[in-house]
Design a protein around this ligand. Sequence first.
Ligand code: S3P
Length: 425
Amino acid sequence: MIETIHPAQNLSGAIRLPGDKSISHRWAMISALAEGKTTIHGYATGEDCHSTLGILTSLGIEVEDKGSEVSIQGKGLDGLQAPTRDLDAGNSGSTIRMMSGILAAQPFVSRIHGDESLSKRPMQRVMTPLAEMGANIVATNGKFPPLEIHGGKLKAIDYSTPVASAQVKTCVLFAGLFCDGDTIVREPIRTRDHTELALRMFGADVRSANNVITIKGRPHLTAKDLTVPGDLSSSAFFLSAALMIPNSNLVIGGVGLNPTRTALLDYLVGLGAGIKILNVGEQHGELVGDILVRGSVQRPGQISGALTASLIDEIPTLAVLGAATHGLDVRDASELRIKETDRIATVAENFQRAGIEIEVREDGFTVPGNQKFRAAQFDSFGDHRIAMAFAVASLVADGPSEIHRAEAASVSFPEFYETLKRITA
Ligand code: S3P
């Protein structure tokens, strides 16, 4: 599908975003292992989180999917059934990596695969700790999906993750649910902690301090009635757009403000952006509030070290913002090369199409500021965040632009183009 995006004069209005993708995956998976029926309001509408629901269904879990309201009939820790077909994670790295922790502990064999992009993404990061716990996982060429997971009784481990990855942490903690005793994960950098918050909320004993997380095995998890906050990572597209287009005034309501995710807001405020946070409250252990944005950034951006890990999903749209404002330098970002696409390459390719200068390195890039986007034919390369980042770039181009393979946005945000058009009308 080709989406045509016109330059915008300003951006104004109030929007809400789909439910947070990271939280939706976790709440759905844990609900399946809890006793009783969990209802999740505001469940992420994107395809990724529906891949998770499809897999739970294949494992014998009753899922009632009414769009953004989902009910999951949990069967307890030992209630999953052997699937009769291969499990399909679609485009979702979170689904395959986090589910692997659960599947590795089951008394059956399962095979889990994904689409073309997922089939090229590395799985050793979860296979290594799961093998240490006693699981036998066979991967294509030793590292890629499909994974054939020979589940069984696992043993608790004390694992130091070499990569800063919340997916890996979650995989090990989920496997730890089925072990006797304490499973420990040590992270090199603090990553998003939705799993820890969710497990505690469902009744597990999870402790965390100084990037060390401990879970006590065999908890009794109980069903809940839940509402997912809006996805802060999806807000990045609208924040970038509002910060690039003069006289914009936007309110994004009911967004998740978990402190392990808000580096995005701190980063933008640090660049002088006019961002205010209002009406902050707590919902099921997660912070939620409204974001008000008015007024641009004043300085060039610098993203490196731990900040890179915290902003990893937002970097494509921050690159667009940097090009149109005061520039951006990104370092320590080799993880970008193994996301849904090689996001350094796909950002650079789209920049080139719009006449935007960028210096690319193996683990980052530098984009000079004050550049003008030429109207262009952009390509998502099948990556949702690239589709949306270049839809935002199109708003400041010198004529209408096209996003090819625009449908990729549906992986996390099916309503994206409609929402964008509403606030730029
Ligand atoms: C996610 C963690 C991050 C992020 C992804 C979602 C999660 O991946 O990029 O979009 O929900 O845990 P890594 O764990 O690979 O850093």
